[in-house]
Design a protein around this ligand. Structure first.
Ligand SMILES: Cc1ncc(COP(=O)(O)O)c(C=O)c1O
Length: 352
C-alpha cells in the first residue's frame, strides 16, 4: 500500500487535515480518506510541544501519553472546567514565577463545585503539583498552564452526577494572545454572553466556550481584533475571553460580577493596582453600550490577553484614538508585577 501525503492546505489549525491517497493496486481499495496529522506545527498562538510533560490521571507523564478516549463524557458534553494560568520568566533573577496560582485554583475548585465535580486536591496540593510539573521540564520562558477538571467516565448520558472526575494539566510557551494589543479595534458582537442561568457564567466551563469561539471568530473574520459582548439585559459584559474596563471622567469603570462576567484574576489584580498604585477611583457598575464610544480609555484584561488597549470600537476612535495614559501605566506596572519585580506584590508570585 502506497501512501502519498499532500501538504495541508490550511496552516494554523491543530492537526490540520492532510489528505492521504491510497494508490490503487492489487492489495488496496481505491478511495481517498482524510486523516489527522499529529500537531507538530501550529500557529503562533498555539504551540504544544508533545515532548514535554503533563499531569494526567494522578501522575506526571509525557504529554504524548496524556490521552483521553473519544467516548469521554467531558469531551462529548463539555462537562469540563478549567483555568488558564501563566508563569513568567524573570530574566534578572533567572527564575520562573507562577502568577496567583492560589486564586486560579480557588476559582477552578469553585467551578468544579458548581458542576458537581469532586477531586482529591485542594489549592495547596494543586500548587505543589504545578511546581513539580514545571520543574520536570525546567521551563525558562513565559508559559501558559491549562489545569482542567473533567468528567472522565466514558459513555452516553447527559448528567453531572455519578461520574468520575479527573484533574489534568499541560504547559506550553505563550506570548501574545491579541496581536494588536496596543491598539486593538473592537466591535460589538451580535452574540450575547452566556447567562448565569444557562451555564454558570462565573465558572470556567468548557462547554460555554462555544459562545466565546463564536464571538471571537465572527469578530476576527469581520476584520476586528476582538469583540465586546453584551449580556441579555443589553449591558456590556466582557470580551470573548477577557474582562473589560473603561475610563470615564477619570474614573475606572468595570462591569460587576453580577453582569455575567467571568470573575477574572487579572481584573481583580488591575482593580487593586489602579486603586493602590495609581490612586484612581475604581467603580464596579453596569455599563451601557453607548458609554463605550464616549469613554476616554478602554482596555481588556485576561491571563492570555494581559492588558489589551482598545483604541477603536466599530470605527469610532476611543479618546484620542491612541493608548491612553492610564492604560499605558497599568500595562507597564502589571508586567513588572507578574514578573516578580515589585516586592509589594510578591505574595502574588510563586517561585518555581
Ligand atoms: C470568558 C473569560 N472572561 C474573562 C477572562 C479573564 O480571566 P482571567 O483574568 O482570570 O484570566 C477569561 C480568561 O480566563 C475568560 O475566559
Amino acid at each position: 500500500m502506497d501512501f502519498k501525503r499532500e501538504s495541508p492546505t490550511r496552516q494554523g489549525l491543530i492537526g490540520s487535515p492532510a489528505r492521504l491517497t491510497l494508490k490503487n493496486d492489487a492489495n488496496s481499495i481505491g478511495y481517498n480518506f482524510v486523516a489527522r496529522v499529529i500537531p507538530i506545527h501550529i500557529n503562533s498562538e498555539v504551540q504544544v510541544d508533545l515532548s514535554k510533560h503533563a499531569f494526567f490521571e494522578g501522575k506526571i507523564v509525557p504529554l504524548s501519553d496524556a490521552r483521553i478516549n473519544i467516548a469521554t463524557h467531558g469531551f462529548l458534553y463539555g462537562t469540563t472546567v478549567f483555568s488558564g494560568m501563566r508563569a513568567y520568566w524573570n530574566e534578572e533573577k533567572k527564575r520562573l514565577f507562577v502568577f496567583r496560582p492560589y486564586d486560579h485554583y480557588h476559582r477552578l475548585l469553585n467551578s468544579a463545585r458548581m458542576m458537581a465535580m469532586d477531586v482529591p486536591y485542594d489549592e495547596e496540593s494543586l500548587i505543589q503539583l504545578t511546581l513539580d510539573l514545571l520543574r520536570t521540564d525546567d521551563w525558562k520562558t513565559d508559559v501558559y498552564l491549562r489545569p482542567t477538571i473533567y468528567k472522565a467516565d466514558m459513555g452516553i448520558g447527559v448528567r453531572l452526577h455519578d461520574l468520575r472526575d479527573e484533574f489534568s494539566m499541560f504547559v506550553m510557551p505563550f506570548e501574545k494572545y491579541v496581536k494588536n494589543d496596543a491598539n486593538a479595534h473592537l466591535t460589538f458582537s451580535s452574540w450575547r454572553r452566556i447567562d448565569d442561568n444557562v451555564i454558570p457564567a462565573r465558572g470556567k466551563v468548557s462547554g460555554s466556550y462555544a459562545n466565546s469561539a463564536l464571538i471571537k471568530t465572527d469578530a476576527n473574520r469581520a476584520g476586528f481584533d476582538e469583540a465586546i459582548v453584551l449580556d441579555n439585559n443589553g449591558h456590556v459584559s466582557e470580551g470573548s475571553a477577557m474582562n473589560i474596563f473603561m475610563v470615564r471622567d477619570g474614573v475606572v469603570v468595570t462591569p460587576p460580577s453580577t453582569d455575567n462576567i467571568l470573575e477574572g484574576i487579572t481584573r481583580r489584580s488591575v482593580i487593586d493596582l489602579a486603586r493602590n498604585e495609581l490612586g484612581l477611583q475604581v467603580v464596579e457598575r453596569s455599563i451601557d453600550r453607548t458609554e463605550v464610544f464616549i469613554a476616554e480609555e478602554l482596555f481588556m484584561t485576561g491571563t492570555a490577553a494581559q492588558i489589551v488597549a482598545a483604541t477603536k470600537v466599530d470605527f469610532r476612535p476611543i479618546g484620542k484614538g491612541t493608548m491612553g495614559p492610564i492604560t499605558t501605566q497599568l500595562r507597564a506596572l502589571f508586567d513588572d508585577v507578574v514578573r516578580a519585580k515589585v516586592a509589594k506584590y510578591s505574595q502574588w508570585n510563586v517561585e518555581v
